[in-house]
Ligand binder design. Structure first.
Ligand code: LIP
Length: 259
């Protein structure tokens, strides 16, 4: 456990160093990956390469599963880092100042350490398996009071146009069942907001593993669960799938309203 806490702290330091690239960004150039909504900037690549460099210095020969540059190694590797270098790239490119760096460390398919850093708020969400979840060093826990007294964070699955009708139908149901919804544009920060009790649930019909891997451990250590729409646990797999992140009572509310 001591080694995991030390590794988690090392990840935090690497994220803080890489975050300076975001804070000092200028002349941001956005390129389209699949369409006008799925963008990437030069800073996504710069942050990812700096993180790979620093993390490889810590664990030489480590494997990486990352959003950019098709760096997707074996998810069951003995030492694996799952990286979203800038989660909330659209926000970053438009100067909305709501993005983060997300890094999870996994071994043989189990996430063991995680850190999500929002440089605009100087908020570091972190967890080690079995060691609790923290925001800037203070313990955090989900607010599992149920949908009726919750803010709900949603993603709009902007890359999958064929899913929009289903996505917004579910979002409308969540709006009707909760206090209100928010679409903030960073899945990793949405996961951490649920872990910190700022919102009761985060839902998105399709999401990538790198968007939520770190948030999953932070949420779990804060007393929450990450599942798919059908209630099965969210596992480490490369395909984009649905995600529902919340406390156990709120999960029961979710399953009731979408039936
Ligand atoms: C984004 C997520 C967001 C989702 C977008 C995209 P990116 O991650 O954080 O919630 O709706 O489709 O996946 O692409 O900015 O790293």
């Amino acid at each position: 456990m001591k080694e995991l806490f030390e590794l988690e702290n090392y990840i935090e330091n690497a994220e803080r160093e890489a975050a300076l690239l975001m804070l000092e960004a200028h002349d941001i150039i956005s390129g389209n990956k699949t369409d006008a909504r799925n963008i990437v900037t030069q800073y996504d690549g710069m942050v990812q390469e700096l993180l790979i460099k620093r993390l490889s210095e810590k664990i030489p020969g480590a494997s990486f599963f990352c959003e950019e540059n098709n760096r997707q190694d074996d998810l069951n590797a003995e030492h694996l880092f799952i990286i979203d270098p800038i989660d909330g790239t659209m926000n970053f490119a438009r100067g909305l100042n709501h993005s983060c760096i997300s890094v999870a460390y996994a071994s043989k398919g189990e996430i063991l350490a995680a850190a999500v850093y929002n440089p605009y708020m100087d908020e570091m969400f972190a967890a080690v398996r079995g060691g609790g979840a923290y925001l800037n060093g203070r313990p955090i826990h989900v607010d599992d009071a149920g949908l009726g007294s919750s803010l709900v964070l949603v993603g709009t699955t902007p890359y999958e146009l064929d899913l929009q009708d289903e996505s917004f139908k579910i979002i409308r149901k969540l709006f009707d069942a909760s206090l209100d919804i928010r679409r903030q544009g960073s899945a990793a920060l949405d996961m951490c907001s649920v872990a910190a009790g700022r919102a009761g649930l985060y839902f998105e019909l399709r999401i990538s593993l790198w968007d939520v891997a770190a948030g999953m451990l932070i949420l779990s250590e804060a007393g929450g669960i990450s599942m798919h729409m059908d209630g099965t646990p969210f596992e480490l797999r490369p395909e984009r799938r649905s995600i529902v992140a919340c406390g156990k009572n709120t999960a029961a509310d979710f399953m009731t309203i979408i039936r």
